[in-house]
Design a protein around this ligand. Sequence first.
Ligand SMILES: Cc1cc2nc3c(=O)[nH]c(=O)nc-3n(C[C@H](O)[C@H](O)[C@H](O)COP(=O)(O)OP(=O)(O)OC[C@H]3O[C@@H](n4cnc5c(N)ncnc54)[C@H](O)[C@@H]3O)c2cc1C
Length: 477
Amino acid sequence: MGKVAIIGAGFAGHTAAMYLGHKLGRDHEITMISKHDYFLYLPSLVWVGVGHMRPEKVCVPLRPIYDRFQVRFVHGKATSVHPDENYVMVDKADGTGLQRVDYDYLIIATGPRLDCEGTPGLGPAYGHTLSICWLDHAVHCRSVYGEYVERMRRGEKVRMVIGMGHPGSTCQGAAFEYITNVHKDLVRLGVRDRAELVWFSNEPALGDFGVGGINSKSRNGMLSSEEFVRSIFHEFGIEWQVRRGARQVDADRIYWEGFDGRFGETQYDLAMLIPRFLGGVLQYVGRNGEDVSGRIVNESGFVIVDGYYGLSYERLMYTPEAWPATYQNPNYRNIFAAGIAFATPGPISAPHVTPNGTPITVAAPRTGMVSGTIGRLVAMNVIGLLEEGKMTHQERMTEMFSACIASVSDSLWDGAAVSMTVFPTVPNYLRYQNKYGRDLFSTRMEIGLAGAWMKRIIHTTMLWKASGKPGWQIIPE
Ligand SMILES: Cc1cc2nc3c(=O)[nH]c(=O)nc-3n(C[C@H](O)[C@H](O)[C@H](O)COP(=O)(O)OP(=O)(O)OC[C@H]3O[C@@H](n4cnc5c(N)ncnc54)[C@H](O)[C@@H]3O)c2cc1C
């Protein structure tokens, strides 16, 4: 009997656990270690943060699902991995101390560590700004936003700044959804004229989204995501400040450095800023108690896998095979990483260093779809290794399709969403010899009411899939 342990029940880890449990649960020991006993559907936190969805609507309890899938559930925080002896130590959530979980194969799917400390003054816990990056953050954001709405109702003017809280932040899509949903909500409440809305971002251009922008064919030629987002912001009266890296935040001001090396300040009354994402905080301990983290993670805590690391951006753009295919650690070949936990070989969006030497570069995003796809792929390879002694699947982000629907307003009557399909997720200039490195037939962008319906349908189908209900496997990640 083989033993497979997974750390983290998010898009990547939970997907892997369901495939592994479904295929191997009866004959092998599959263990999920998760510090939360629910799966959180993060995309809908945008609606929680604006008060349009109740928190319980975005959570699925894990234990009943794993009972059905014959996956052992250990509720607790993994603290250390012992790769020479193949076990993980877990600090149990019920306060009863540490538990050892043995494995033959380990999947690390710990998602991002929200590095609020990386920007002094940032974040809901110790700083001044709000976040929608986890459930408690979004609930807190909703109540502070509600207080400001009340102030606007009393006639006060409020300046809201929404965007990125670090020069290396990613996940622009979530912040874009939040600012547009806030706009629509304020219109609905009749107080939009009392709010100034400002988009603040480290992107090299509006609409970059960390993927180097999206360009699609339209009736009048090519349409770029920069033009697309600019026209939405124009229509909604949203001011934008891009090419800026937040250095520090205090109670009413963001201190930033621009691409040109200029320093400046942006004033706010309410700010929702996404922190930098780092890799998980796990200790990696060798046989003699020594630190072996250098063999497993990079300096930011992301798991090193089968990518080529250290290439310049220019070389990386023309080396599609530099992007990992199997997500297997080269030093401990029974360790895999999936979702945000794996180290990408570099950014997708062009990196920038200011004349003062400060890097302002959007880190490569790994969306829910990409994370789920990689979670499934890693699970299939572990199944292959246990059943046939070999890996059977591979897929690089330079070959991977992604779709994203960015909500602009959740109303099914007069709402809207931007539907984007991108192929491949990371431009592949060798295969697609146009200036975008993407397939212009399948890379598309549309905005409309149909998108709002799609976004709601995806919420329902994704929670259905995450619950392992009938047909879960035919719903794409
Ligand atoms: C507000 C918001 C909106 C978004 N909207 C979209 C969208 O519309 N479309 C889209 O495709 N993507 C969207 N994303 C991105 C998407 O949510 C992420 O890409 C996805 O969650 C990444 O999956 P993951 O499994 O790597 O990490 P996560 O989903 O974050 O899961 C990681 C899990 O690991 C657990 N964990 C961490 N450390 C430990 C430990 N030491 N021990 C045990 N458990 C641990 C965490 O508790 C968590 O459950 C959005 C993200 C946010 C924040």
